[in-house]
Design a protein around this ligand. Sequence first.
Ligand code: ADP
Length: 498
Amino acid sequence: MGFLDYAPAPESRGILTLKDAYGLFIDGEFVDGTGGTFTTISPADESPIAEIALGSDADVDAAVAAARRAHTKVWGKMSGRDRGKYLFRIARLVQERARELAVAESLDNGKPIKESRDVDVPLVAAWFFYYAGWADKLDYAGLGADPRAHGVAGQIIPWNFPLLMLAWKLAPALAAGNTVVLKPAETTPLTALIFAEILQQADLPAGVVNIVTGAGATGAALVRHPDVDKVAFTGSTAVGREIARTVAGTGKSVTLELGGKAANIVFDDAPIDQAIEGIVNGIFFNQGHVCCAGSRLLVQESIHDEVIDRLKTRLSTLRLGDPLDKNTDIGAINSAEQLERIRMLTAVGEQEGAQRWTAECAIPDKGFWFAPTVFTRVEASHRIAREEVFGPVLSVLTFRTPAEAIAKANNTPYGLSAGIWSDKGSRILAVADKLRAGVVWANTFNRFDPSSPFGGYKESGYGREGGRHGLTAYLKPALAAPKAATPIARRTRKEVTR
Ligand code: ADP
């Protein structure tokens, strides 16, 4: 270790009491599944963490049946005020067990403890607090008086924010009066299972939330189950397409939150120091395993060299390594499979003629790692400019005018998020207005708040999560008033919207 290097500052794992094996959480109890087991490992050193049940079709069926009973007998009848109390209780228990959840998340996912502790887990609590507040106010959500829950929601989540995605899914569903069967991702089931213990601690009635671990086949069984009324999915566009095909024509309601290839646009009048931090946060936060990551940097030509120089200097200071070390900025890639995909796409980037730069940093011997990488001279046709790498890899493109920036930003099959860096408020508003992206950040990036809706255009999916809009997905609109005799075109706008 050199002079002024950081000493290791590992967070203690002592706070975690893990079981060797976890069953499925069905009807309020942990039960053995009938589909065998798999091992969840730590991506930082490939060591096993616990044995996890692999949910079979029969297990999914049992979970859906439990959710249906709980909906009919308990949760669907309970007042919103009482549902809200449970959600508040869950939120407080998450806060109480925050450190334990953060350690488990970093262990299973590979993300730096700094992030799980300061971002993921606090947002999980915030999401439950926020939707707890809606539970008794659904009549005021703008969906008509007395809107009704769908019934049983089947929810499938990815591995990049395991507990946070659970919260995004569960909190609005429960607030709206649905019961749930949730399937966590196969590489990151741990925090969902600890969360199941929290539900027991909160005395949540049995069957209101069921957690069925497993891989794609378990998810597919949940999606096609005839007694699931609503499907919510976050994950890849390919799987999203398959889910859309499966539910087509079944009457199931569906929301999909899929991939992204966000443009982070830096104008020449941007506050450069903040912009550099924003670029780093935009793509290197959570190892770039972020669907709304700012993976395409669009920088105005006149400041390109300065921005890239400063960016490289900044990236050279990032510390890659043990996710449980409080000084770590870049943790482990979540799985061998994901690492392979990042390697493949970056190799293609070089072959296609982009110029690669990789931060110099020591890579641990074991585990899955990828050093922060920047590609310059990227062209819009390159695969690294079009496809989601889902890793710590930035593609840099340039532009000369705002119109060119907008055209390039929108030149993607996705449309989840975007960022604009400029000193001029009027320019920010004018550009934001023309970006085909669900979320546009101005002079910041990757900011989340439970009151703010999130979701995409085009291949990034449909539906919104978060805010009042996030409730829409979990409520049937109130029955429409009897049809007016006047043709719709002749009615006033006010009448139509009412
Ligand atoms: P990622 O690229 O993030 O791994 P996936 O879309 O493969 O995204 O996975 C997201 C979630 O979807 C995971 O929980 C995974 O197990 C689940 N999944 C994968 N295939 C299917 C499928 N055919 N039907 C339903 N869920 C699936």
